[in-house]
Design a protein around this ligand. Structure first.
Ligand SMILES: [Zn+2]
Length: 383
């Protein structure tokens, strides 16, 4: 790398650091993911006359958050009607207007978006010009025969990528990571895909001032050596990978003596049985993390109460629908998770069917957070 390139990277890194809200969050003052979300919402309320009544006298309450999300949803409808060729055409045909959305229950009038529509119209969802795209990710399509070889293309602007990094840092802080004391060992098997979650995480750690080390070896002794040499205290990786690794350990006393504080299991559902095996092997908690490439990957993570994953508020509006009829189901029932991206500008998705089943919880979590919406018992839908 030449000197001028190094200087420009240094400048970019420092600009990026300054934009991160999560860096200034003090974990001892509450739930870091919630504090990050509230900072974002408050900033928007302060800049927006129409929202100024929210939380004016008593601070933000759960009802204010719902009002805020409804407002954001309507704003998103206007935005995609103007900027996304796909939604423009669809909403014109179906007569969908933001002015027809008066309450949360009206949201079900807006058509759902499916994986197939995303695959068939790769660039019609784009709301910005191609040169504003910082990264395009492709992700495997579907198993139906006619679209088997097609992939989904998901694009992000630079600011959106930074926002994802910001949410990752807040999530790691919520899992208990401390920039001074802790070391994160990142365990994702090396992928041939166009992007690598291990690298995204390691970049996030650099920006947050967290220490991290990557090891993708499926050999438990190799992983242990890295832990001893690096002073690892946190582990993150693909659920099945960590599970297989944990099962392959012959000396559990050795694992438990390493002093691992928390293990974050991501990318795949973690069953209760898998969780027990992992927690028993390492002698610490294993928490779940959930995300999809289409939604920006880091979308929800469990707090220490381990009663459902906290969704990254205020970025998403979550619904649960009947997978067969698409009808919205009441809170607490199992159904297909449907996500609306409330803050994306590059490629927002309205009522996106995730093909994952889960339960949506709306009651407050025992960790004391104000923000609503947690998801629980998430698993893949059978085809
Ligand atoms: Zn909680």
């Amino acid at each position: 790398m030449g000197l001028s390139e190094r200087i420009s990277n240094f400048v970019k890194l420092n600009v990026a650091k300054r934009k991160l809200k999560s860096r200034d969050i003090d974990s001892s003052k509450g739930n870091p993911l919630e504090m990050w979300g509230l900072l974002k919402i408050k900033k928007e309320i302060a800049a927006n006359e129409e929202l100024s009544y929210l939380g004016k006298d008593y601070g933000l309450k759960r009802d204010d958050i719902k009002e805020y999300k409804l407002y954001k949803f309507k704003q998103l409808l206007d935005y995609v009607s103007k900027n996304s060729p796909y939604y423009q055409e669809l909403f014109e045909k179906e007569g969908i207007k933001s002015t027809n959305i008066k309450s949360m229950s009206d949201i079900s009038k807006v058509p759902l978006t499916t994986h197939e529509q995303l695959i068939q119209n790769p660039y019609h969802f784009l709301c910005v010009s191609r040169r504003e795209i910082a990264r395009e990710f492709t992700t495997s399509g579907t198993t139906t025969t006619e679209t088997a070889d097609l992939k989904k293309r998901i694009s992000y602007t630079q600011d959106e990528l930074l926002d994802i990094v910001d949410s990752v840092i807040s999530g790691l802080k919520m899992a208990g990571m401390d920039s001074e004391k802790d070391m994160l060992q990142i365990m994702y098997p090396t992928l041939t895909a166009t992007w690598d979650p291990g690298l995204v995480l390691s970049k996030a750690c650099d920006l947050a001032g967290f220490k991290s080390v990557i090891n993708d070896s499926s050999d438990i002794n190799d992983q242990i050596n890295t832990m001893v040499n690096s002073g690892t205290t946190f582990i993150i990786g693909k659920s099945s990978f960590i599970y297989d690794l944990s099962k392959s350990a012959s000396n559990l006393d050795k694992l438990r003596s390493l002093g691992i504080k928390n293990i974050i299991c991501s990318s795949e559902p973690l069953t209760e049985e898998m969780k027990e095996v992992i927690e028993d092997a390492w002698g610490c908690t294993a928490v779940r993390q959930w995300g999809m490439t289409e939604l920006g990957l880091a979308n929800a993570i469990e707090c220490t109460e381990q009663n459902g994953m906290h969704v990254n508020n205020p970025d998403f509006l979550v619904e649960v629908v009947d997978p067969d009829t698409g009808q919205v189901l009441p809170e607490g029932s199992e159904g297909e998770l449907v996500f609306t991206t409330l803050n994306r500008r590059c490629m927002p998705l309205v009522r996106y069917r995730t093909k994952d089943l889960g339960v949506l919880l709306d009651e407050p979590c025992d960790c004391g957070t104000t923000l609503d919406q947690r998801i629980k018992n998430v698993r893949r839908m059978e085809n």
